[in-house]
Design a protein. Structure first.
Length: 601
């Protein structure tokens, strides 16, 4: 709240009268403060008019309020933003008004916030998303969730098993723009994005324990800004609820809670569930401040303070009657992205899924981590199994199924790539700017905390590492303690067992095997090279052989004569041009080159 900022160039921001009649220098200071707040909130902020920072100086008379609002409206015009009224209240000394200031966006642009939806099985995750995105209430028998399922077995069982995506669009005034197609009820994402100034992307994750690895991948690979934890009021905190809450806390994702099915739950059971939930959120492991949201005032207060990660709003809703659904929509509209991005950074894009589209070719989807990617840019794609990066051209870009010419940091997108097969791309690969000169990493050190393990963890222990969209088994080579148990912290030396990956220092990771979990941060990249892992044996070059043997490539298929030089060259050997070598030893050389690759495997 800008009135509550410290003094700057003679402007007393602690006074509720700071906006009434500022002179030129004071106006510039106010404008600079507003720009800073808009940058922090990634294009939007909540602004309170008529409030002093000491908490006791509240309220303006009608004349001063109109003058203050005129000043704020003038500043909004300067920064090309809209002033949207949220509420007005009467205090002892006069009026206080809350406004949402939101940057105006271009015709094909919109603000994007990603929300991961987690909770135990049967908590009502898919049903709530069906009600929110399609605008129709549920019938209590699975009507709303049918619109979201991707697979036949999901419809039959009623359980989500894959990572689903749905969008909820808000226009400049904060009204929902989702209008399902009357024939079939499907959503036209392109129309929603064209009408929206802000789009909430819901990442619908699986609640069942056997799909935990899919849920962990959704939380790490899709980079959610916020996490919506669903709790069934009749069932309470059971099953995977604590597991999912712990995962969100470990990844430093702010959490808000939605208690569902309040229409069918007896009042005493609902109160017991809320009491247990508040106790859990206040516990030493969470240290949150739970706030029961009852009205619009609560929504504005919690949304203003939510990005601090301490406050945890609790909504009580019904998907059948629609009770309190308007409060949840208002809260989602007020959420702002937590991270600001700069366009001048080298571009980096992480791949979380691949497709082969008829008539288009290979398509990759994922999240832009930083920088700016334009149509026809040449990026480096990798790392491949040998740790190499290859140049690749971007043929077309889609954002929320809408063709665009560029994407920025923090935005999800899909790219059609030229001249590459889908089989040569996997989840966890990245597309980066050639300016970064990327290197793949086999080994790294991380500072980890063991959340739960039934026995002890010692060197040579193997488990799955989730880091961004990377999902690969790694071995513990060494650590600074003899063994690790639940609750222990240590610096651990890991090595990937299959392929090198592209990593950064300070990246968060989850180390998982079954329900064994550890979380941590990468502190050091130990082997940023395209060479073999440290425990691999050097290639054995044998003497030439007169026996003619079939040559095999890395994928097991027989190599043609033209392929051999390519295979050997990709492995890093020094090859001679065809025709420069002695014909009598040509076959032997070919065989040796292939064996060089085989020994590398």
């Amino acid at each position: 709240m800008l009135n509550g900022e410290l003094e700057d160039r003679g402007v007393d921001f602690t006074s509720k009268l700071a906006l009434v009649s500022p002179n030129g220098e004071q106006y510039d200071s106010l404008l600079r403060q507003l720009r800073d707040r808009m940058e922090e909130g990634c294009g939007e902020t909540i602004y309170v008019v008529g409030m002093g920072s000491d908490g006791g100086d509240w309220g303006l008379d009608e004349k001063d309020m109109e003058a203050s609002v005129a000043t704020v409206r003038s500043m909004c015009e300067q920064i090309d933003a809209d002033l949207i009224p949220l509420r007005e209240r009467n205090e002892s000394a006069g009026l206080v008004r809350d406004y949402l200031i939101r940057r105006r966006v271009g015709e094909l642009d919109f603000l994007e916030v990603r929300v991961a939806v987690v909770g135990n099985v049967d908590a009502g995750k898919s049903t709530l998303l069906g009600v929110l995105t399609h605008g129709e209430l549920d019938n209590g028998r699975g009507f709303a969730r049918q619109k979201l399922f991707r697979h036949k077995h999901e419809m039959e069982s009623g359980r989500t098993s894959s990572v689903g995506n749905d969008i909820l669009g808000f226009d400049q005034e904060g009204q929902v723009v989702n209008k399902p197609d009357s024939h079939g009820g499907s959503l036209d994402w392109t129309k929603i994005c064209e009408k929206s100034s802000k789009v909430i992307t819901f990442i619908d994750l699986a609640g069942h324990e056997k799909y935990l690895k899919t849920t962990v991948f959704g939380m790490t690979g899709h980079l959610p800004d916020f996490c919506m934890l669903m709790v069934g009021s009749n069932a309470g905190i059971v099953g995977m609820t604590k597991e999912h809450l712990g995962l969100a806390l470990a990844l430093n994702v702010p959490v808000f809670v939605v208690v569902t099915k309040i229409d069918m739950c007896p009042a005493n059971i609902l109160q017991e569930t809320l009491k247990l939930l508040q106790r859990l959120l206040k516990s030493p492991g969470c240290r949150k401040i739970p706030v029961l949201v009852q009205n619009k005032d609560d929504v504005i207060v919690t949304a203003s303070n939510f990005s601090s990660e301490r406050m945890c709003p609790i909504f009580q809703i019904s998907n059948v009657t629609g009770e309190n659904m308007d409060l949840l929509k208002m809260f989602l509209n007020l959420l702002s992205s937590r991270t600001s991005y700069r366009d001048d950074q080298p571009a980096e894009f992480q791949i979380d899924d691949t497709y082969s589209v008829p008539g288009v070719g290979t398509v990759v989807s994922g999240t832009t981590l930083r920088g700016l990617i334009r149509l026809n840019d040449t990026m480096l794609l990798g790392p491949d199994p040998l740790g190499s990066f290859i140049p690749i051209a971007v043929k077309s870009i889609h954002r929320k199924r809408m063709p665009v010419k560029e994407v920025r940091g923090g935005q999800t997108a899909s790219f059609a790539l030229k001249k590459i097969k889908r089989s040569s791309i996997r989840k966890g690969m990245v597309m980066v700017s050639p300016r970064l000169s990327p290197q793949a990493t086999w080994e790294f050190e991380a500072e980890i905390l063991v959340l739960h393990h039934p026995t002890t963890i010692s060197p040579r222990y193997q488990a799955m590492v989730h880091c961004g969209s990377i999902r690969q088994t790694a071995t513990i080579l060494s650590m600074n303690r003899d063994c690790l148990r639940t609750g222990d912290k240590a610096s651990v030396h890991f090595r990937f067992i299959k392929t090198p990956e592209y990593l950064h220092c300070d990246q968060r990771l989850v180390f998982r095997e079954g329900r064994t979990k550890a979380v941590g941060t990468i502190t050091k990249l130990l082997q940023s090279t395209n060479n073999l892992p440290s425990n691999s044996k050097p290639p054995q070059i044998k003497m030439q052989s007169t026996k003619k043997a079939p040559l095999r490539k890395e994928d097991g298929t027989t190599a043609a004569g033209d392929d051999v030089a390519t295979i050997a060259q990709s492995a890093g050997s020094n090859t001679t041009q065809p025709g420069d070598e002695d014909p009598q030893i040509k076959e032997g050389n070919k065989e040796n080159k292939v064996k060089w690759v085989d020994s590398k495997e």
